[in-house]
Design a protein around this ligand. Sequence first.
Ligand SMILES: [Zn+2]
Length: 204
Amino acid sequence: MNKKIFSSIVPFVLAGTLGVSTAMGHTNTDIYSGNWPSSVSNNLDVAVGTSAQGYLLRIQNAASAWNGIEPALNFSSVYTSSSTDTSHVARVNVRGADLGVTGLYADTSNYSYSIIWGYTADWSAEWKDSIVRLNTNTNTTGNGLQNLSYTRIQETVTHEFGHVSALKHNSNTTEDSISIMRQYGFNDKTTPLSHDVSMIQYKY
Ligand SMILES: [Zn+2]
């Protein structure tokens, strides 16, 4: 696990159950069963909190990068908002957070909502909102996003928006070279790759 670069909270937990080998191409093993309601999936707002506004351009690029693959998935606007730092709002909320010197560069959770339980991270439900956290740790040799190259910062943020869009990490690591959703290491690419496009087309 020492090369762990990306994670979303749930795939980290599920990592031990994702060993099923799959053929390349159209498979549903790399997609979460949860979903955005069809009434909002083509019009997802993205709110960038004060703590993440230093990465606003990277976030705008990441949202745009996933648009145009399928009409049913579209991030319609990216705007700054202080409220995302403190509360759930029905949209994609991007925040800065100190995830630690040895923590993840970033993580993502999609949330469902119930009157009884409130907001809970749930990759199998109908999603009400999403929270993307970017590691703002300032140690110059740690895993703060600031220590990555321009390209890898963009790759990381684009990767997290893949989770927002319902993509898991690749269950088959042979697909890592054609996917921005690899769990370990970098491709030094900033936009969805062929496997990612296939997964979005399968999902939407
Ligand atoms: Zn990830």
